[in-house]
Ligand binder design. Sequence first.
Ligand SMILES: CC(C)(COP(=O)(O)OP(=O)(O)OC[C@H]1O[C@@H](n2cnc3c(N)ncnc32)[C@H](O)[C@@H]1OP(=O)(O)O)[C@@H](O)C(=O)NCCC(=O)NCCS
Length: 161
Amino acid sequence: MQTGIQIDAGTQRDFGSCGELARACPPLVEHEPFAYWSFLAGFPNGTLLARHEGRDIGFLCSFETPNAAIGRFVWQIGVLEAYRRSGVAMMLLDSLRNHFPQEPLMSACIDPDNTPSMSLFNRFAERYGGTMHRNEAFTGELANTPVDEYGEDFFALEFQT
Ligand SMILES: CC(C)(COP(=O)(O)OP(=O)(O)OC[C@H]1O[C@@H](n2cnc3c(N)ncnc32)[C@H](O)[C@@H]1OP(=O)(O)O)[C@@H](O)C(=O)NCCC(=O)NCCS
């Protein structure tokens, strides 16, 4: 566990930092600043930043959906390479869970070959007595679209609440 790391809820001014972190964390894609701003402004506590000695070193961007089959969608999560394997991503997810402890379902889009990410979300679900499985709520409608071509699958994390 890395010490001296703080997890903060993002403010509207953190849009640039989210983009920079996404760029530094392939396979994440850096999206438009306006996209990050929209999440920060529209979904309080859905975007969290990990900070170490005044530097932003990781982030998580999520939003709640009204679709009961999707629940909260974790859009992006990334940690700078130098800080990986120290529990930072788990701290971000723990903090998200602390903000929204009653939510029964979380979804994420993950390349099944992305072992760190698959393992992270599996461990996270287990930590809260939950399970992770493929989420069929997405698949049919997205076949042969650019989203499908990312080569990622949609997963659901179900929690006991
Ligand atoms: C995935 C990512 C966010 C993990 O961040 P991290 O801070 O290193 O993860 P943590 O240290 O909190 O690890 C928590 C758990 O995740 C899993 N994990 C993390 N990195 C792993 C790796 N390289 N190999 C296998 N499992 C890994 C482990 O289960 C780990 O628990 P453990 O340390 O007790 O074994 C980071 O590797 C990253 O930014 N990758 C690039 C961007 C990305 O792929 N994002 C996800 C897209 S869906």
